[in-house]
Design a protein around this ligand. Structure first.
Ligand code: NAD
Length: 355
């Protein structure tokens, strides 16, 4: 076995069905008297439910969380934190709401309790991506990591089937890249394989019946493991490309990941045989790309970047950006191959290992 470094990330996790009932206990455990509850406007009713459970021991609700964590939104939330003397944060929502919680914690050091409602996995990472004047920057800091995460399967049941599918593939992408990440390690490998298997078997069931709690539970467990992979292993081409595409053309996060993933896996396959064997095994397939394509077919997800708003003249620009900023990837990144990969993803052509 090669030598490695594994840095465990110290978050307390409460997992199960109906675990929101333990929120007050967790708030008391952290000694919070006036936490501010965060959500998006769409999830205000879930925030309201949390506020009621706190039995007046809260600083109220801020329901302005937005995708890509704009700094202006964080500043508005910070003004409320100060005005109401909030002593902690409770975030209920997906990666956007968790992002706002992390942005506040990064600036104030306030403790955070996160109740995830998608499979994005941000709650398991000390990473924060923020946007200012249209530019997205990312930073990593231990105080960004949430203190407590309450995974309540019930909170995910309302996530629409289509978003459940793409959010689940977004999670799977963290694990897939962790399998060949530069600083991967045997512990992360275990979680990555288990995470992919849990999502692979549960997502088709959720798409068929979004109220299937057993499948929801399996998917949330998988998403948690995949989130740990994102937090503990370096990501490569897939995440960098999705970051570039999402930031440059304002594309939806989970859909972008879903469309790009099979193309990047196919591109990296020749240089990452162990990762490919593990993906195939986790998906119960003979081959990683075939297994992934079969899963995506079952999920009925979008397959073309052009269908989610990427302009055709963006293909060249995206290829330029991808090669302009060199980063580690198991297969060296050169422009003509990346251009072909992006063009295929844009047109919705099947992933091909021959690019
Ligand atoms: P999101 O949080 O933007 O949610 C998408 C929409 O779905 C929102 O309108 C939200 O209110 C709604 N929604 C969420 N859960 C719901 C539920 N259970 N029922 C009904 N509606 C629900 O989407 P996301 O994909 O979870 O997060 C994307 C963001 O997270 C991006 O900005 C991405 O960069 C960030 N992210 C960060 C990290 C990290 O480690 N820093 C990791 C993953 C994602």
């Amino acid at each position: 076995m090669n030598s490695f470094i594994y840095e465990a990330l110290p978050t307390r996790v409460v997992f199960g069905v109906g675990t929101i009932a333990q929120l007050k206990q967790e708030v008391d455990r952290l000694g919070l008297r006036r936490p501010l509850v965060l959500s998006t406007p769409q999830q205000r009713s879930q925030a309201k439910d949390i506020e009621l459970r706190l039995d007046r021991a809260s600083a109220g609700i801020f329901d302005g969380a937005e995708m890509h964590t704009p700094v202006e939104v964080t500043e508005r939330a910070l003004a409320i934190v100060r005005e109401r003397a909030a002593d902690g944060i409770i975030a209920v929502g997906g990666g956007s709401t968790t992002g706002l919680s992390k942005a506040i914690a990064a600036r104030t050091g306030l403790p955070q309790i996160v109740l995830p409602t998608t499979y994005a996995g941000s709650e398991m990472t000390p990473i924060l991506g923020e946007t200012k004047d249209g530019l997205k920057t990312t930073r990593r800091d231990p105080k960004i990591l949430p203190n407590v995460v309450i995974y309540d399967v019930d909170l995910t049941v309302s996530l629409p089937a289509a978003l459940s599918a793409t959010s689940g593939i977004n999670a799977l992408a963290h694990a897939a890249e962790a399998l060949y990440g530069q600083n991967t390690n045997p512990i992360t490998l275990l979680m990555a394989e288990e995470g992919i298997a849990a999502l692979g078997r549960s997502l088709p069931r959720i798409v068929a019946d979004p109220t299937d709690r057993e499948a929801r539970s399996d998917a949330l467990y998988g998403a948690w493991l995949c989130g740990i992979c994102l937090g503990t292993a370096g990501m490569a081409l897939h995440h960098k490309l999705c970051h570039t595409l999402g930031g440059s053309f304002n594309l939806p996060h989970a859909e972008t990941h879903t469309i790009v993933l099979p193309h990047v896996i196919a591109f990296n396959a020749p240089n990452a045989p162990d990762a490919m064997n593990r993906i195939a095994r986790a998906l119960g397939a003979n081959d990683a790309i075939a297994g992934l394509n079969a899963l995506l077919d079952q999920l009925n997800v979008v397959s073309a970047l052009r269908d989610i708003g990427m302009p055709e003249d963006g293909i060249e620009k995206a290829a330029d950006l991808a090669v302009a900023n060199p980063y580690w990837n198991p297969r060296p990144i050169e422009r003509s191959a990346i251009l072909d990969l992006i063009r295929r993803a844009w047109a919705g052509e099947p992933a091909s290992g021959t690019v």
